[in-house]
Design a protein around this ligand. Sequence first.
Ligand code: HEM
Length: 124
Amino acid sequence: MNKKRPVNLELSTIKLPITALVSITHRVSGVALFAGVAVLLWMLDSSLSSEEGFAAVQDALASPLCKFIVWAVLAALGYHTAMGVRHLIMDCGVGETYEGGRLGAKVALVVAVVLIVLAGVWVW
Ligand code: HEM
């Protein structure tokens, strides 16, 4: 192997294109969703267990921290869904060029921001 080949491991000097950024964050949001869905299922299970359980979940949902957690899970869902639909559209052969990919990433980002803001309005 040529030991003199150019190597660049200075992560701060590597500028990722928007398509790479949305791809990485799509995966991160999927992993966050996996954990978030567990929290939501636990809250659903508690709320259905008894009248007291329902009241406890209702009380918890009134706290800012709990609202923030629910909003964060919904935000991850909104982001992941917007990026996921972008992927599925590209899988159908639409917007597969470099420019198409960049435009699709920007449109999906705008949709994701709208969904995340709407989730915040709904939760608060
Ligand atoms: C609770 C719901 C969901 C969870 C936990 C979840 C989780 C994940 C995870 C962890 C990945 C990354 C897989 C990998 O990189 O190997 C992924 C990829 C993907 N998700 Fe989701 N997801 C959920 C909902 C959705 C929804 C609603 C859509 C809507 C379109 C979607 C579309 C996709 C697509 C298209 C990919 C593949 C992306 C790629 O090829 O890089 N997901 N999901």
